[in-house]
Design a protein around this ligand. Structure first.
Ligand code: PLP
Length: 299
């Protein structure tokens, strides 16, 4: 069986989360073979994309930013009105899957919670771990991005909460379509822009800009995910003499910035080397320092 997209070629591990028959308590987890089917075809994740997920990086076998990922998992569950995840049980499952993989240099654990099989009111959940693909080219040479209109105003999270902007749902068909559109335009990745002209987030990442000694990222109330990687970069940056801020940013700010990155778990800081076909400078020195820091995190 070939490795799934997004995974490297090393070890894999899978644990199913066990829930009480009434859908209430989380009982623990149980390791199962990765290459055997586990999901019922009536599971609402498969039929409606109705569920949430997180992908946690592993560096040298250590789960990175695990607590912020679990907090965001709980936040997504609340937005979808899923049963609140038992974060201690999920943390244990992540750590057990990570331990099963061993001290891999770079890997990830993806956790998924779904609304379960239609009509049964018992969630489905699992934690899947694998080694990461090699992202060194994105971190060093950089990536070409295109700006794509997301079609929502920057205040969509406030005006239309039912659109679930800012929840990490399993409905990622739109995010994958953005990658295909980027590829059609000769690029590697997409950066979403609100219909009223503000920079939002990448298809699976957050934007960080550098102007002089200031790092900026779009405000987190714009219907985007609060990035765990962006947050860790800001914590690190403030120890390195950078000022950091959350802003309403426009494409003009991106064009004027000294450097730009799309940052996310697993790929870490991908340097932006072209926007809509226009080449721009890559800050190799800061990129390397950011990625060295991100790779070395032990928590
Ligand atoms: N925004 C979106 C839409 C994402 O899917 C992701 C990560 O998958 C991010 C931002 C970055 O989040 P993190 O740094 O926590 O991985």
């Amino acid at each position: 069986m070939s490795a799934p997209t997004g995974a490297g070629t090393g070890p894999t591990a899978l644990a199913m989360i066990e829930f009480a028959a009434d859908g209430g308590a989380t009982l623990g987890h149980r390791f199962v073979p990765v290459d055997e089917p586990q999901l019922n075809v009536m599971d609402l994740s498969a039929t409606r994309g109705d569920g949430i997920f997180e992908t946690i990086s592993l560096g040298g076998g250590h789960a990175q930013a695990l607590d912020p990922h679990l907090r965001r998992f709980a936040h997504s569950a609340a937005l979808l009105e899923l049963p609140p995840p038992d974060l201690d049980a999920w943390r244990e499952a992540v750590l057990a899957v990570a331990a099963q993989l061993g001290p891999v240099d770079e890997g990830f654990v993806k956790i998924v919670l779904t609304r379960g099989i239609e009509g049964q009111d018992v969630p489905t959940g699992w934690a899947y771990g694998a080694t990461s693909p090699d992202h060194s080219a994105a971190r060093t040479v950089g990536i070409r991005i295109v700006l794509l209109d997301r079609g929502y105003r920057h205040d969509v999270a406030q005006t239309s909460p039912w659109l679930l902007a800012g929840a990490k749902t399993l409905s990622y068909a739109v995010n994958r379509a953005a990658f295909r559109e980027a590829a059609r335009r000769g690029a590697d990745d997409a950066l979403f822009v609100s219909s009223d002209g503000y920079l939002l987030e990448g298809a699976v990442s957050n934007l960080v800009l550098r102007s002089g000694d200031e790092l900026m990222t779009p405000r987190t109330d714009l219907g985007i995910l609060e990035g765990t990687t962006q947050h860790d970069i800001f914590t690190w940056a403030s120890t390195q003499g950078f000022r950091t801020s959350y802003e309403l940013l426009t494409p003009q700010d991106l064009a004027a910035a000294d450097a730009a990155w799309l940052v996310s778990s697993v790929r870490h800081a991908a340097a932006v080397r072209a926007v809509d076909g226009l080449e721009r400078a890559v800050d190799r020195e800061v990129s390397d320092r950011m990625n060295d820091y991100l790779r070395a995190r032990t928590t």
